[in-house]
Write a protein that binds this ligand. Structure first.
Ligand code: FPP
Length: 250
């Protein structure tokens, strides 16, 4: 199929509600251009714009981007600082576009650990967009799934200690409600760019039945057509949730 056909081949009745993306390959993309890693992150912003726009246009309701992991704090200080300023500048610069397109901004992760200015800028954008209802854009920042599961366990243990919850009553819904994704449906599709085929501590609980899509494209080169191709690929799959093909009527 011609790559430009992917958009027209997408079935609007079978769209994933929620797409999550591990944006990877900024550093290698920059290296291939003989530039430093921050140059790669700066060029990753255009891919973020294209992806957010394409997702909203096609009717995706939730888009989660893994922008900064708990482990990313261990990168060289200059890269961490550069990423934080880029985040602030991008959020500030993109706020009018988010408003115009009725996109709501949310975050998941240990945002308390972010620099003050980043936190403030994020909070302003979250407040300003809270009534937008076309799509929710969730930035995973200082996020890791194991961190989130530890937090959730502590919350549940507190409730048990206070006598509000019996251990035997803890079920999937209790855990869902204690996670930072409590009001967000699980992603049906997870994309990772750059050819790496790992999950890297991202949404481990939430992706139990998610379809995984890996592309060799480095994040700064990811464009609308690449998102369309991933959605098209997802629509060709049979999601059985542990049942047989006959049971789901295929
Ligand atoms: C992974 O590439 C990318 C990141 C850790 C940061 C992603 C951030 C952006 C695209 C900047 C703007 C984002 C938003 C949401 C405003 P890498 O550095 O791990 O690349 P490598 O694996 O090739 O080294």
């Amino acid at each position: 199929m011609n790559i430009n056909d992917f958009q027209s081949e997408i079935d609007p009745e079978k769209l994933p509600q929620h797409i999550a993306i591990i944006m990877d390959g900024n550093g290698r993309w920059a290296k291939s251009q003989g530039q430093n890693r921050l140059y790669g992150h700066h060029n990753g912003v255009q891919a973020v714009r294209d992806t957010v726009e394409a997702a909203a246009e096609i009717g995706i309701k939730y888009l989660t981007l893994y922008a900064f992991s708990t482990e990313n704090w261990n990168r060289p200080q200059a890269e961490v600082e550069g990423l934080m300023s880029l985040l602030v500048a991008t959020i500030k610069g993109e706020l009018p576009t988010l408003q115009k397109n009725k996109i709501r901004l949310q975050t998941i992760g240990d945002t308390q650990s972010l620099p003050e200015q980043t936190r403030q800028e994020l909070q302003e954008a979250i407040n300003a967009t809270e009534h937008n209802d076309r799509m929710t854009l969730i930035l995973a920042l200082s996020y890791s799934s194991k961190w989130e599961i530890v937090q959730a366990t502590q919350r549940i243990a507190e409730q048990v200690k206070l006598g509000l919850l019996a251990p035997a009553d803890i079920n999937e819904a209790t855990i869902n409600a204690a996670l930072s994704t409590q009001n967000i449906p699980d992603p049906e599709l997870l994309i990772r760019t750059s050819g790496e085929t790992r999950i890297s501590n991202f949404l481990l609980w939430q992706i139990a039945y998610t379809e995984l899509y890996f592309t060799p494209i480095f994040w700064p080169d990811f464009r609308k057509v690449d998102l369309w191709q991933a959605i098209w690929d997802y629509q060709q799959r049979e999601r059985r949730f542990g049942m047989t093909g006959e049971q789901i009527g295929s």
